[in-house]
Design a protein around this ligand. Structure first.
Ligand code: ZN
Length: 92
């Protein structure tokens, strides 16, 4: 599998580390951790995974390249990489 880094171009999979599903961290302040609902929301963010069979957005780190976090959209059924973006471009 090859990933086309937006900064380095096409690179072999061995240069990257996958973190997992790309999603937004819930806005839970430390003061809110007394609330069971806030703890549940944060625990779901940390531990729950969608693990879909099909299109999936994931965080990947180009550790042996530009040291940049990327959002890789790929099809988990055939490992086709559909899109790659710098994570900083994905954030509002
Ligand atoms: Zn790179």
């Amino acid at each position: 599998m090859r990933i086309t880094c937006p900064h380095c171009g096409p690179r072999d999979l061995i240069e990257f580390t996958v973190l997992g599903e790309a999603r937004t961290r819930p806005a839970v302040a430390v003061e809110d951790l007394d609330s069971p609902a806030a703890v549940d929301a944060f625990a779901a963010y940390v531990y729950d995974r969608a693990n879909p069979a099909g299109i999936h957005r994931e965080h990947w780190f180009h550790g042996f390249g530009c040291q940049t976090w990327l959002v890789v959209t790929r099809d988990t059924l055939n490992h086709a990489v559909l899109a790659v973006a710098d994570v900083r471009e994905e954030r509002p």
